[in-house]
Design a protein around this ligand. Structure first.
Ligand code: GLC
Length: 602
């Protein structure tokens, strides 16, 4: 089918058949789902087992199931329109990239685009037509666990990274078998949730909305994102899922978005819980009149839309526009002509190089008192909770990760040192005194710390983001023993390091850097890779400084410049511990005669 035929197709469809295209169903009851598809009541299937797919173990994709569902849709349903299968492929598939916030630290959109091309090849090969990525929510609050899924505090960096991900997933030719439709999310202002508490409301002026939070979405539309996902947010008193101003007037009319909007999980029905709809039927009317095109999971559209049209509460013209957008994307990504999956063998090692490069370029050197890089002949001790960890190195939102591809930090170091007696490994996670009798043989200790992936991501927010006390105590103990302490910090989010910093002679911020994180850490410690990561979010000195971000508006008193310095707390400096864009390398730089090519900038 071609674009001009879509309109004719829509005119040939009954209202029920049209409404079926607006419904995205779940996959947990396969037989029931087959029946719903057969009746033409499903336009899309989300390949997820739960509402927080980033936190819970998820069933792997079963290709035969997807092809059977597609066969029913094409051959047995009334409209014969193929389904579009969506899944959260956020920063990797079998091979996992660093979490997006870490990827932003590379400041290398070209590498990120190339890396996401590899991700798309792996995901499309398993039948994923559509991913719910990139997340391009501006975030200024590291208490918010989902800051790891976005690209930080800066609209420009986030825009460039979001475009790179979209181009990576969608490829040059959207109809190719390894192209995956992207989804820019969560529109809009999700990262401004009060108190860094997920799902919380946000007060955002139109000025701030347009100059910060909206800019990455404009970039995503300009990059041709196939879809956009609304946020759960309530912005300045109105939930986004019911806002025609945001979803239609700005996104579709002003920005010219041509794809379709998918609701976030159940967010149409949630208008009832937020008190703006008296029941699910009214919720369906509010979202449809805001032109939110497809309903993820809540079934409000499939349950009530025909009645709403019959009662004149929603016009069939709006339904036609919503269906057109969905069929337009299905056609654009080749689904209407090639609906079935042909699985091929993929050699995942082909993706090693670009994935490792991303990890190399995201790890950020925050402190180095002349101790790094180390020589592989130097005897060191290695201790800490992340020394033998594998799963959390991958980060949150890794539904399909192949954990067998992951090395621990201990294994990566052992691989790089010719003489095995050079390294003394503590065997425990928190245990370290198992090597106390050998510590007198070394003057340097590598302390590998971090946070579990399970305290990052959706609805995983922290009220305190200082280095965990028991981990600080570990560093202090090593200092008391007179050791040089190299801290390797494997955290997904920025943490507040002012109290901990004095106990480290070097700090390597390793984030949650994916399948090859451990190899990158070891290669940087031993100088095979020169660290180049730069911070995409400001690191506060203390939790109490949040929100803290570099692009502050000048404050009223004269001289309050950098980060609003001068407007101080009595018990803490107003500047960050480490500012946006900060990151060291082993290279020495000299700057001279800096000049701007323009005499004035608007
Ligand atoms: C979740 C998330 C969203 C995700 C969707 C599908 O609630 O907010 O980012 O893509 O549901 O799993």
């Amino acid at each position: 089918m071609h674009i001009e035929e879509i309109t004719n197709k829509i005119h040939s469809m009954s209202l029920e058949e049209k409404v079926g295209q607006l419904n995205q169903a779940g996959l947990w009851d396969f037989e029931l789902l087959c029946e719903e598809v057969r009746k033409g009541r499903v336009g899309s299937v989300i390949l997820a087992d739960s509402a927080t797919a980033g936190n819970d173990e998820q069933q792997r994709v079963i290709i035969d199931q997807l092809n059977e569902l597609q066969r029913i849709a094409v051959e047995e349903s009334p409209v014969h329109i193929p389904l579009i299968f969506g899944r959260d492929v956020i920063h990797g598939y079998r091979t996992v990239l660093p979490v997006p916030l870490a990827l932003a630290a590379s400041f290398n959109p070209d590498a990120v685009e190339k890396a996401y091309r590899a991700v798309a090849r792996e995901a499309a090969n398993d039948g994923v037509h559509w991913t719910f990525s990139p997340m391009i929510d501006i975030a200024r609050d590291p208490r918010w666990g989902r800051c790891i899924e976005g690209f930080g505090e800066d609209p420009y960096l986030t825009s460039k990274m979001g475009q790179a991900v979209i181009h990576g997933f969608q490829g040059e030719d959207n109809k190719k078998a390894d192209s995956v439709a992207a989804c820019a999310k969560h529109y809009l202002g999700y990262g401004a949730a009060e108190g860094g508490r997920d799902y919380n409301k946000a007060e955002i002026s139109d000025y701030t909305l347009r100059n910060y939070y909206l800019k990455p979405f404009k970039a995503a539309v300009d990059a041709g994102t196939a879809t956009v996902m609304n946020s759960f947010s309530e912005i300045s008193g109105q939930p986004v899922a019911s806002s025609r101003y945001l979803l239609h007037d700005i996104l579709k009319d002003e920005l010219g978005f041509k794809g379709f909007i998918i609701s976030d999980w159940g967010s149409i029905e949630q208008l009832v819980y937020e008190g703006v709809a008296k029941d699910r039927k009214e919720a369906a009317a509010l979202s449809a009149n805001a032109e939110l095109d497809m309903d993820m999971i809540s079934k409000c559209y499939i349950d009530y839309m025909s009645k709403l049209v019959a009662e004149g509460k929603v016009s069939e013209e709006i339904i036609d526009k919503m269906v057109y957008r969905i069929l337009y994307i299905k056609e654009k990504f080749g689904l209407l002509n090639n609906p079935y999956i042909t699985h091929r063998q993929i050699n995942y090692s082909e993706h090693f190089e670009i994935t490792k490069q991303c990890a190399d370029e995201t790890v950020t050197l925050l402190k180095n008192e002349g101790i790094l890089p180390l020589n592989t002949s130097k005897r060191i001790a290695l201790i800490g909770p992340f020394l033998h960890e594998k799963r959390s190195l991958l980060g949150s939102w890794t539904l399909d990760a192949d954990i067998d591809m992951v090395q621990s930090v201990a294994e990566a170091f052992a691989d790089r040192v010719p003489d095995k007696d050079t390294l003394i490994f503590s065997q425990g996670d928190y245990l370290w005194d198992d090597i106390l009798s050998e510590l007198h043989n070394v003057d340097t200790v590598l302390v590998v710390l971090g946070e579990s992936a399970k305290v990052t991501g959706e609805n995983n927010c922290l009220a305190n983001i200082e280095l965990p006390q028991e981990q600080l105590e570990l560093a202090k103990k090593m200092k008391r023993l007179g050791k040089k302490v190299i801290g390797v910090l494997c955290f997904g989010r920025p943490i507040a390091l002012e109290k901990a910093e004095p106990y480290f002679d070097a700090i390597l911020y390793a984030w949650h850097s994916g399948t090859y994180a451990a190899q990158s850490i070891a290669d940087i410690v031993y100088g095979k890779v020169n660290p180049s990561g730069k911070l995409p979010m400001s690191f506060p000195r203390a939790t109490g400084q949040i929100p803290i971000y570099y692009n502050y508006h000048a404050m009223p008193r004269n001289g309050m410049g950098y980060y609003g310095e001068g407007s101080n707390y009595l018990d803490c400096r107003s500047t960050p511990m480490y500012p946006f864009g900060y990151g060291m390398s082993y290279t020495k730089f000299a700057y001279s005669e800096a000049r701007c090519e323009k005499a004035a900038l608007t």
